[in-house]
Design a protein around this ligand. Structure first.
Ligand SMILES: *Cc1c(COP(=O)(O)O)cnc(C)c1O
Length: 387
């Protein structure tokens, strides 16, 4: 059995250090001190090469706070991608604003900058690209469009700790970078945690003000504890793991290189990182036309695989009210029906990577006599085989 993700393996490397750090953090006199959270903010700001970091309760909360700090509110529009985890869309809606989706680039699978300008209206306030799977979006193009139109940029960097674009770290190029430290992320706490980073002290002050607002402004509880700071226990865990993040990232990159090598003789589509980008492989995904069949076959071979993400946000039932239909974002829809994520975690052994590589090669090398896609059943999009 080769699991998709093995968090126990990591606990074996750092478990005892983390136990000690947690014991320190929960000593009575330290519980409300922010000693751990403050130390983490400094380290993570350094790591992202920005002036300021605010440690918060989750990645979704980081996105919500960044949007609020960018002045996004009811009636505004935020341009984002549908080929992403749902958190960014949820955060935009929680601000009372409307997400406007643009399609992704078929080569990098991230926001296609050529489609942004057509989506800008007088209501647009911000652009929110995502660094899908750990590969950064085309930030130069996105920044130049945003500056031309006076829009702020919020990076959803929840899968991209330590990724870079032209030597600049994820989170440091836009006005805000938002990170998640959910346990399965490249840098994971033992529970919910996130961070907002920014190079602009004024924007960081706005985030802090939003976090502290219930205390400062007794009469106004509009935001009462909707978002909160990172707790000391999670910060203590992350402070230990910061010592390992670069080694773990390099391990992920080397597993990805082994997969690339194993699949090099086949025309298996994967996102192609531009040479100036450091992909940190939160997810190693590839495209197979007969994806669902491949998942079943890999499952029988004892290999844990996953799909990130099977239904693009614009086709999810929860967001039907936004009015999108099948066919509106053809690249995102096609990717969603063909994606497959292979096991990747720093402790994976070369033998395991080899087994996964050769199983995928066997399957992908076989005849592709059918394809998968979207069909409608009772008005709901369903993924499946189409003739
Ligand atoms: C995990 C994730 C989030 C949300 O983070 P939480 O800490 O779970 O709230 C946001 N965006 C992306 C791309 C993610 O992968």
């Amino acid at each position: 059995m080769i699991p998709f993700l093995d968090l126990k393996a990591q606990a074996q490397t750092v478990g005892s250090k983390i136990d000690a750090a947690i014991r320190r953090a929960i000593r009575h006199e330290r519980a409300t001190s922010r000693l751990e959270a403050g130390a983490f903010e400094e380290r993570f700001a350094d790591y992202c090469n920005v002036a300021c970091c605010r440690a918060v309760g989750s990645g979704t909360s980081a996105l919500h706070l960044a949007l609020l700090a960018a002045g996004v509110g009811p009636g505004d529009e935020v341009i984002t991608v549908s080929m992403n985890f749902v958190a960014a869309t949820a955060a935009i809606i929680r601000c009372g604003a409307t997400p406007v989706f643009v399609d992704v680039d078929p080569v990098t699978w991230t926001m296609n900058p050529a489609l942004i300008e057509a989506a800008i209206t007088s209501k647009t306030r911000a652009i929110l690209p995502a660094h899908l799977h750990g590969l950064m979006a085309d930030m130069d193009s996105i920044m130049s469009i945003s500056r031309r139109h006076g829009l702020l940029v919020i990076e959803d960097a929840a899968q991209a700790h330590g990724a870079s674009y032209k030597s600049r770290r994820a989170g440091s190029i836009g006005d805000f970078g938002c990170f998640s430290f959910y346990p399965d992320k490249n840098l994971g706490a033992y529970g919910e945690a996130g961070a907002v980073v920014t190079d602009h002290p004024e924007l960081a002050r706005r985030v802090s003000w939003l976090l502290d607002r219930t205390q400062e402004d007794e009469g106004n509880h509009a935001l009462a504890r909707c978002d909160h700071g990172m707790d000391e226990v999670q910060a203590a865990v992350l402070n230990v793991k910061m010592d390992y993040i670069e080694a773990w990232t390099e391990a992920r990159r080397s597993i990805a290189a082994q997969y690339d090598q194993a699949l090099s003789s086949l025309a298996v589509a994967r996102p192609r990182p531009p040479s100036h980008s450091r992909h940190v492989y939160h997810i190693y995904a590839l495209r197979l036309r007969h994806r669902d069949q491949a998942i079943a076959m890999l499952g029988r071979a004892g290999i844990g695989v996953d799909v990130h993400y099977p239904v693009p946000v614009h086709l999810q039932q929860r967001y039907a009210e936004l009015g999108y239909r099948v066919g509106d974002l053809p690249v995102s829809e096609r990717l969603a029906s063909e994606f497959l994520s292979l096991p990747i975690y720093p402790e994976m052994l070369p033998e395991q990577t080899g087994i996964v590589g050769s199983e995928v090669k066997k399957i992908a090398g076989g005849e592709q006599t059918f394809r998968s896609g979207w069909t409608f059943q009772d008005g709901m999009p369903r993924h499946g085989l189409v003739a």
